[in-house]
Design a protein around this ligand. Structure first.
Ligand SMILES: NC(=O)c1ccc[n+]([C@@H]2O[C@H](COP(=O)([O-])OP(=O)(O)OC[C@H]3O[C@@H](n4cnc5c(N)ncnc54)[C@H](OP(=O)(O)O)[C@@H]3O)[C@@H](O)[C@H]2O)c1
Length: 267
């Protein structure tokens, strides 16, 4: 094995677990963090090289161009988890979310894909979210950003598969990473949505705390990376095989209702 993988957001959660799994499979792994110098020793993964990347900064992204030219596997994992009633979301926050969760990862893909195409091998994995397939109230910006990221991946797949380069999306359900503590939330003090929003948020946090370990997502990423012809989409956690199968047969209105019930929204 002489392949190099770059995992964004490798300081915690799914990104860290993916760095561990890829290093264990023999890849040279480069992990990113906004502040690699402050990653606690116990969070560092032996053998992983850490580099600085802030997806809010074009200069930071372009600064990795030379490194990305030689990368065989890009895992676009870093992301912000944002929530709030649509009418309360500040546009600056929505712009930041799309920069971190969509535009930044897409630019990284643009920087890595030419080298992959020339070498005749490569994998780009977008870490999406099951919420892109099962949209949820008070998560509209996040749902839209993850759907957009999946759209770039599935849309561009057939541009690259003839060259042995595959783009794929992994959609996690509720994963126990502590992301709830880092979630950004926007709700006006007098918002008429406040009660339902807080109900949803409490359920979201509860589901995350009881969620699937990040190592299972990492194993799915490795399966996608090592498949000869990776599928357009993988899903993991939150009973993914059952709920995706049920979605094929259940009416859309019922699927929407059940998604909201899982988050204690009964209206
Ligand atoms: N946990 C879940 O239930 C769940 C479900 C579905 C999808 N996801 C997705 O899975 C991915 C990883 O989430 P996680 O649960 O592992 O959360 P996490 O532990 O909070 O990890 C997020 C990572 O993103 C990095 N990051 C945040 N803002 C960044 C920025 N502006 N520029 C560069 N890196 C940035 C962080 O690194 P630094 O702070 O070190 O920079 C961190 O390593 C995210 O895309 C998330 O949306 C998570």
């Amino acid at each position: 094995m002489n392949r190099t993988a770059l995992v964004t957001g490798a300081s915690s959660g799914i990104g860290r677990a993916t760095a561990v799994a890829l290093a264990g499979r023999g890849y040279r792994v480069i992990g990113t963090s906004r502040h690699p110098e402050v990653i606690a020793p116990e969070q560092r993964v032996a053998g992983v090289e850490y580099v600085a990347l802030d997806l809010c900064s074009d200069d930071s992204i372009e600064g990795l161009a030379d490194l990305l030219a030689g990368v065989d596997v890009l895992v676009n994992n870093a992301g912000e988890s944002q929530c709030g009633p649509l009418e309360d979301l500040p546009l600056d926050a929505v712009r930041r979310l799309f920069q971190i969760n969509v535009v930044g990862p897409v630019r990284l893909a643009q920087l890595v894909l030419p080298g992959m195409r020339e070498r005749g091998h490569g994998r780009v994995v977008m870490i999406g979210s099951m919420l892109a397939s099962f949209p949820l109230a008070y998560r509209s910006s996040y749902v839209a950003a993850k759907a957009a990221l999946k759209g770039f991946s599935t849309g561009a797949r057939h541009e690259f598969s003839p060259f042995g380069v595959w783009l794929t999306t992994v959609e996690p359900g509720s994963i126990r990473t502590g992301i709830s503590e880092r979630r950004t939330a926007y709700v006006a003090p007098d918002s008429p949505h406040r009660r339902d929003f807080e109900t949803m948020l409490a359920a979201l946090d509860r589901n995350e705390r009881a969620g699937t370990p990040p190592e299972r997502v990492a194993a799915t990423v490795v399966a996608a990376v090592e498949a000869r012809r990776p599928k357009p989409r993988y899903a993991v956690g939150s009973n993914a095989p059952v709920v995706f199968a049920a979605r094929r047969f259940a009416p859309a209105a019922l699927v929407e209702k059940l998604t909201h019930r899982r988050h204690d929204l009964r209206r």
